[in-house]
Design a protein around this ligand. Structure first.
Ligand code: DLZ
Ligand code: SF4
Length: 510
């Protein structure tokens, strides 16, 4: 049996030739192992397109590595060598292969890391865990930045990262244009006269077709349509998607990043997060492409700064929070909420048009944009008082770009405020008025966004007031909510009773 000097294990979200587990690996002496395993496809009921995307991208990546002369051991889900978990599959592999050492890049999930940390002892083989260098800020570097800070705020972290990378900084070391943040220009409702370009739709390769058939037969009960499937599954196609965004969409991304329109799924959003999160695109190249477009006069500063902030600021900050606060983080429920997730999250069977669109489009493309996630489906779960674990699981299952490190702090922290303020200083609770301002949904909805009480009152309204009343003790002394609680104080006892009653009745019916 030929000895494998290094066995480089590559996970489903590490599909980059520059992945650190491959650094210093040698095509002659070393080999790569990629595993499709049951537990990873089932630990939440992933959207079929999410499974298709990951497995097809894994298979294409393995084929690319093979074509470059690497020895790749690829274990498909339907192979008899695929055991339920990474560990069991690896154990089985090691029975028939002599391996000197195992090399792997830091995984994106705490539960996977905990398991990898057992491997050295279990297999009696040295296991080298390499830092995931795709990120701008390493986990230790983030912990260093966070050390001694009473509160972690994204904006401060983002400024630190701008200075460190020099992205959008002028020759004097000041932020480009004199401001760090141009969000004030980024909250425009959509104007009808602007054409919305449709996203690139990639052809399904033979590999993808095979995976679609597998997913259709094995994951029939999962929420979401397996087809049509239009995502890129190779780096080559993901680069096309990046180019299309930079040339066709970035210029309007800033202005309309919070807007929502009936029947429009993607507007000017990039939809690059799935590619970034599995390694088909790298954050560095994506930010640089956007900054280049600004320098060439192809996109305004408010759009480019807003886009760079999402990747250099928010995405990195969220990852830092995850690795600084896990494993306790996933069990937090600061607001002590316990309602079950309403069934319509899985069926889209609701008269609330904003919710219906967000859920229906998620069924069709496994994606909705950040404002739909934060201010529609997320806001509703917050106001309704869903148990944080249940809504976190939903987000992790239904979105093509959802991996634990990014989904958990965004949902549990940002959306549900269940971390007590680690991610945001106040909950993003909003009434129907916000949705009305940012969308054209309310005009065609059966509910009346101006009404708080009554059969046709917008549920976001009475649930908003019910939330404020329910959580009054926690928030009335929060300076950022002082204005809101001034309005609560003005409510009469009869108003309060009516709000609570209407919310109760709504819960009973949903
Ligand atoms: C999400 C996912 C799925 C559905 N399937 C696999 C798989 O079969 N093999 C694999 O290596 N990774 C998969 N993933 C991603 C993992 O669940 C997990 O998110 C990453 O390995 C990061 O820890
Ligand atoms: Fe959503 Fe209320 Fe507007 Fe209907 S009226 S679309 S439920 S915010």
């Amino acid at each position: 049996m030929k000895t494998i000097r290094r066995l480089c294990v590559i996970l489903g979200d590490q599909l980059s030739e520059s992945i650190s587990a491959l650094k210093e690996a040698d095509k002659q002496q070393d080999a790569i192992l990629m595993m499709e395993v049951k537990d990873e496809t089932e630990y939440v009921p992933h959207h079929p397109q999410k499974i298709i995307f990951i497995l097809s991208a894994m298979r294409h990546f393995a084929a690319l590595l093979k074509s470059q002369g690497w020895t790749v051991h690829y274990i498909k889900l339907e192979d008899k060598n695929s055991k339920p978990s990474f560990e069991k599959t690896l154990q089985h592999f090691l029975k028939s292969h002599q391996v000197d050492s195992i090399h792997i890049t830091e995984p994106g999930e705490y539960r996977v890391l905990e398991n990898i940390q057992q491997w050295e002892k279990k297999f009696s083989i040295p296991v080298m865990l390499h830092e995931d260098t795709r990120f701008f800020c390493g986990i230790d570097a983030f912990k260093q930045w966070a050390k001694g800070k009473k509160q972690l705020r994204m904006e401060m972290f983002y400024r630190h990262m701008r200075s460190q990378t020099g992205f959008l900084m002028d020759a004097e070391g000041q932020p480009e244009g004199g401001k760090w943040n141009y969000d004030k220009d980024n909250r425009k409702p959509f104007k009808d006269e602007i054409d919305i370009p449709s996203c690139l739709q990639f052809k399904t390769s033979a590999i993808t077709k095979e995976v679609i058939a597998l997913v259709q037969s094995r994951f029939k009960t999962h929420f979401g349509d397996p087809e049509p499937f239009h995502y890129a599954v190779t780096r080559e196609d993901a680069i096309q998607a990046l180019k299309e965004f930079i040339e066709q969409r970035l210029m309007h991304f800033g202005d309309y990043q919070d807007a929502m329109v009936v029947g429009e799924y993607t507007l000017f959003h990039s939809i690059l997060s799935p590619y970034l999160n599995v390694g088909l695109l790298l954050p560095n190249e994506v930010c640089k492409a956007a900054i280049r477009a600004y320098r060439q006069g192809k996109a305004p500063l408010n759009a480019v700064e807003g886009f760079v902030r999402q990747i250099l600021g928010w995405r990195e900050f969220i990852r830092g929070v995850y690795w600084t606060h896990m494993p306790e983080y996933e069990n937090l429920n600061h607001l002590s909420e316990s309602a079950d997730l309403p069934d319509f999250y899985w069926t889209a069977d609701t008269d609330m048009l904003c919710m219906k669109q967000a859920i229906e489009q998620t069924k069709v493309i496994a994606h909705s944009h950040h404002i739909q996630r934060l201010m529609v489906t997320g806001n509703f779960a917050l106001l309704y008082g869903v148990e944080p674990k249940q809504i976190c699981e939903w987000y992790l299952a239904v979105y093509i770009d959802a991996f634990d490190w990014v989904e958990l702090p965004n949902t549990l922290g940002m959306v549900m405020h269940a971390d007590g303020g680690v991610v945001g200083s106040k909950p993003y609770a909003a009434s129907g008025n916000y949705i009305n301002r940012m969308s054209n949904f309310c005009k065609s909805c059966r509910y009346d966004v101006k009404k708080r009480i009554g059969d046709d009152a917008c549920p976001f309204n009475f649930l908003y007031w019910d939330f404020l009343l329910r959580q009054e003790k926690r928030f009335k002394n929060n300076p950022r909510m002082a204005l809101v609680y001034k309005h609560v104080e003005k409510l009469s006892e009869a108003d309060k009773k009516a709000i609570r009653q209407q919310a109760k009745q709504f819960r009973q019916q949903s």
